[in-house]
Write a protein that binds this ligand. Structure first.
Ligand code: ADP
Ligand code: MG
Length: 326
């Protein structure tokens, strides 16, 4: 059974950036407004996230890594009406099966912080009272230490760090009210956004001024499709060596090949060759129409009325580019 759990966990967490995404979403769920991430060896050796959110009550620490027991699912009558990030209750459990996981946490109501370590979904050793600030610090060490094949496949800490930068950068832009810091252990800070920043300021911090200064805001709403679209896109006047596409659906960083293709096809008409666009889209859909049954690991998201919704996205972007370049 242990092996089965480990294999399942290795499917959910395919690389350090996947684990980090879940941990960031937990911190956001806990209403943090400052999140500090520290990494060693692309997150393979060490991945730590410190937040200033609600903390975890000490009497929940014994079960917090047990699969599904803590899932917010149980609080919902209608499973499809889920709107918070956390609805699966298996992120911490999964991580604890394939890494050494330590939680240090303090709620505002408790006098001190508590520290606990986990292995295979279970508490390992006693819960120890200790000093600490309000909030939660989660440390993941030696990720995939017991999944040799996965460990072998992920040989480049630099590449893993690039994925981590993408995840942190994406969430920082999408959650500009939250401060994000990313650094390699003992080295300079690579990303630092202030608390209560703005999307444009965070794009400037993360992607540079050339992209930030030509951002165009887009907005669209279609009550019939239960679609709300917001975002920022670059104009076509400048050419960028590097482009980026940040896609959030219901506040979760996801990928959609069909949306990506659609956006590229709009830009293809306007952009000079070898130029790239920066596109940040926040799409809100009726959670009922987004497939939450797709395995949580699936970065690729599925949703209903895809064709109509993609058409609206294309139109919105095209209109904006036309109105600014005519
Ligand atoms: P889920 O988020 O789906 O409930 P997780 O395994 O991601 O499942 O987290 C389990 C539980 O641990 C959460 O429901 C939450 O109660 C608690 N938790 C995890 N991370 C944090 C955090 N950073 N701050 C406060 N509570 C947390
Ligand atoms: Mg979660």
């Amino acid at each position: 059974e242990e092996v089965v759990n480990r294999i399942a966990a290795g499917e959910i967490v395919q690389r350090p950036a996947n684990a980090l995404k879940e941990l960031i979403e937990n911190s956001l769920d806990a209403h943090s407004n400052n999140i500090i991430i520290t990494v060693k060896a692309g997150g393979l050796k060490y991945l730590q996230i410190q937040d200033n959110g609600t903390g975890i009550r000490s009497d929940n620490l014994d079960i917090v890594c047990e699969r599904f027991t803590t899932s917010k699912l149980k609080q919902y009558e209608d499973l499809q009406a889920i709107s918070t990030y956390g609805f699966r209750g298996e992120a911490l459990a999964s991580i604890s099966h394939i890494a050494h996981l330590t939680i240090l946490t303090k709620t505002a109501n408790e006098k001190c912080a508590y520290k606990a370590s986990y292995e295979n979904g279970k508490l390992k050793g006693p819960i120890k009272p200790c000093a600490g600030n309000n909030g939660t610090q989660i440390t993941v060490e030696d990720l995939f230490y017991n999944v040799i094949a996965r460990k072998r496949a992920l040989r480049s800490p630099n590449e893993e760090y690039t994925h981590i930068m993408e995840v942190v950068g994406g969430y920082a832009i999408h959650n500009s009210h939250v401060g994000f810091t990313l650094k390699k252990f003992g080295e300079n800070t690579d990303i630092k956004t202030p608390i209560k920043s703005s999307v444009i300021d965070n794009v400037r911090i993360i992607h540079g001024n050339t992209i930030a200064r030509e951002l165009l805001e887009i907005e669209y709403c279609d009550p019939k499709l239960h679609l709300k679209l917001n975002g920022y896109i670059t104009n076509v006047n400048y050419s960028h060596k590097k482009g980026a596409m940040l896609l959030f659906i219901n506040h979760r960083l996801v990928d959609s090949i069909s949306i990506r293709k659609a956006v590229d096809s709009v830009y293809a008409t306007y952009l000079p060759k070898n130029a790239h666009s920066f596109v940040y889209l926040s799409i809100e859909l009726d959670p009922k129409n987004v497939d939450v049954n797709v395995h949580p690991t699936k970065h690729e998201v599925q949703f209903l009325y895809e064709e109509q919704i993609i058409e609206k996205i294309k139109n919105t972007i095209e209109k904006k580019l036309l109105s600014c370049n005519s």
